[in-house]
Design a binder for this molecule. Structure first.
Ligand SMILES: [Zn+2]
Ligand SMILES: [Zn+2]
Length: 384
């Protein structure tokens, strides 16, 4: 009897159980996809499974192993394609506003131009949204750090596009390139001035150096020390360390302003303290052999260094113009004897007291020898 019941169950049960299992299996997969993607993919699936014709076919094919395998494969295939569609649909479903917000954060925190370029070349949508004025206006100085050897019309146009979007870093970088490298003084000064109006501290300091040196002018009498001091004061109030240092020297020496030695010393101490704080806050900082670590130059200065290095330091053919001896600065003279020489050795030239102080700490303190004085003494018959 038991054997009979068992035999009956064996005869009757399998086809129906299999059919239900298959249907449940399909339902489960479809339900999970539907719950994850309430999109056209889900609608497509549900219309297929719920049509009466499909249901009839399923009943007719029940019990056939071949058809079961086929359906399982089909179900599996549909699952994979559904997952693929899920990724595409998820990104497409994101509104432009959200994508632009994410791209704004990326461009503001990018540490190299390739971070932004990699997004622009991904797809048409990201290319369009990556060039949105809002994204370009937030682009960091490092993301605009174009290499001098790759300078081209397209990189020039890209910086102009960032300027049109109101990016102050782009104003400063292109202003420096036009003023010093392309020798388009008027346009360069205009861009730097617009960045300065927007309270860009580095642009304010760059303009101060131009005014102190009378850069771009034909005579050294065209220096405007008062304007240089005013610009430097503004940059110092925004926390620019080099500006604080130059301001300290001006006040201590009475250069371009009434002498105030005590205030000058206070500012020099403040500049050293700020520099030390910035150095200690740098996680990767270490003092090699007790010497100060050179701070990372601004991208505009890196461009100038590379630009003139590729010309073997030649600023202008036929004119013996020199570069600032501080390696990370890159500023060139715009007329002969524009920069001040080291009063001890006479072998190095600096665009500003800030560059002189930095180069002294980095290298020149161990190199500075009063050779010219020795030569003069030798010519006079030796020191008395
Ligand atoms: Zn310099
Ligand atoms: Zn020297």
């Amino acid at each position: 009897m038991v054997a009979l019941v068992k035999a009956k169950r064996d005869d009757e049960a399998p086809p129906r159980v299999c059919e239900r299992e298959v249907e449940r299996e399909n339902e489960t997969e479809e339900t999970s996809i539907h719950s994850a993607i309430p999109t056209r993919t889900a609608l497509c699936h549900s219309s297929n499974t719920k049509s009466p014709e499909k249901s009839r076919e399923a009943v007719d094919d029940a019990g056939s192993d071949h058809s079961l395998m086929k359906r399982r494969q089909l179900a599996g295939g549909e699952g994979d394609s559904g997952r693929r569609r899920k990724k595409v649909d998820f990104f497409d479903a994101l509104p432009d506003d959200i994508v632009v917000t994410v791209l704004c954060k990326l461009s503001a925190s990018a540490s190299r131009p390739s971070d932004l370029v990699a997004v622009l070349v991904t797809c048409k949508r990201l290319n369009r949204l990556g060039l949105d004025p809002l994204v370009l206006s937030r682009a960091s100085a490092e993301s605009l750090a174009i290499r001098a050897k790759r300078w081209s019309d397209s990189s020039h146009r890209f910086l102009e596009r960032c300027i049109d979007a109101g990016n102050l870093e782009a104003y400063h970088i292109l202003g420096m390139i036009r003023f010093y490298c392309l020798k388009n003084r008027r346009s360069g000064l205009s861009l730097l001035a617009q960045a300065a109006i927007g309270n860009h501290a580095t642009a304010l300091f760059s303009l101060a150096v131009i005014q102190f040196n009378g850069s771009g002018k034909s005579s050294r009498n065209d220096k405007d020390l008062y304007a240089g001091f005013a610009l430097c004061t503004r940059a110092a109030s925004l926390g620019h360390v080099d500006a604080i240092r130059v301001l300290g020297h001006c006040l201590r020496d009475g250069y371009g302003v009434r002498r105030n030695a005590a205030e000058g010393r206070r500012l020099l101490i403040l500049a050293n303290a700020r520099e030390l704080t910035a150095f200690l806050n740098t996680s990767s900082s270490s003092l090699p052999n007790g010497y100060a670590l050179e701070p990372e130059p601004h991208p505009a200065n890196r461009f100038l260094v590379e630009w003139f290095a590729s010309r073997r330091g030649v600023v202008a053919e036929g004119e013996r113009l020199r570069l600032c001896s501080n390696g990370g600065c890159g500023l060139p003279e715009t007329r002969r004897h524009e920069f001040r020489r080291c009063s001890a050795c006479g072998l190095v030239n600096y665009c500003s007291r800030a560059c002189q102080a930095m180069h002294w700490k980095l290298a020149h303190s161990t190199e500075c020898l009063p050779i010219e004085r020795w030569l003069d003494d030798a010519a006079d018959g030796g020191p008395e």
